[in-house]
Ligand binder design. Structure first.
Ligand code: ADP
Length: 200
């Protein structure tokens, strides 16, 4: 193929430019926690609040990603690693677009969360531990998954027959057995304000 006539386009618009017009600093709020701990509930409430504040966000959630981008992946250890790797790369692209990205995934392995942290600048990854005792998660069982796992209908279920490695030093720790959804959202918003993410 003759490549003489193919011009290389320099991308002059940077992440900083894209963030500046949005009057915010991009970041990935990485929610990790057991099924039923409250990731989706708090992520949705947080995105609503940020939208009301005029901030530009994108919410990546376990179920919507597993139905589309990662529909070829299951729940074996190796598929879970690949699931998080792809989500990390997508989160990185959205952050590069200047967005505040909320990524809500069980993401049970410490090493996978570290890989995503290493993909972006140090101040762009905020680990949010959505924490509730497994007994409470199992009582809530919003999707009936614990019941299915206990009956053996679902294999490799985190917290039952697949491990969950809790963050050792999360940037934000939310205990949903003692904090309301509104209090949880406010804690995250306060952290974002204090650390300058919501200013241009
Ligand atoms: P996950 O996304 O972590 O699997 P979900 O958000 O889907 O969890 O489900 C959590 C369930 O717990 C919901 O039914 C929610 O209404 C309930 N819940 C009760 N208290 C809280 C709380 N303080 N924070 C978040 N969710 C809560």
């Amino acid at each position: 193929m003759n490549t003489n006539n193919i011009l290389w386009h320099d991308h002059h618009i940077t992440k900083e430019d894209r963030s500046f017009i949005k009057q915010q600093r991009p970041c990935i709020l990485w929610f990790t926690g057991l099924s039923g701990s409250g990731k989706s509930t708090i992520a949705n409430a947080l995105e609503n609040k940020l939208y009301e504040m005029g901030k530009h966000t994108y919410l990546l959630d376990g179920d919507n990603v597993r139905h589309a981008l990662n529909k070829d992946l299951g729940f074996s250890d190796s598929d879970r690693v690949e699931n998080i790797r792809r989500i990390g790369e997508v989160s990185k692209l959205f952050a590069d677009a200047g967005l505040i990205v909320i990524s809500a995934f069980i993401s049970p392995f410490q090493s996978d969360r570290q890989i995503v942290r290493n993909l972006v600048n140090q101040n762009e990854f905020i680990e949010v531990f959505i924490d509730a005792p497994i007994e409470i998660c199992e009582q809530r069982d919003p999707k009936g998954l614990y019941q299915k796992a206990r009956c053996g209908e679902i294999k490799n279920f985190t917290g039952i027959d697949s491990p969950y490695e809790a963050p050792m030093n999360p940037d934000i720790h939310i205990k949903t057995d003692v904090m309301s959804v509104d209090e949880s959202v406010q804690l995250i918003i306060d952290t974002l304000i204090n650390q300058g993410y919501l200013n241009g």
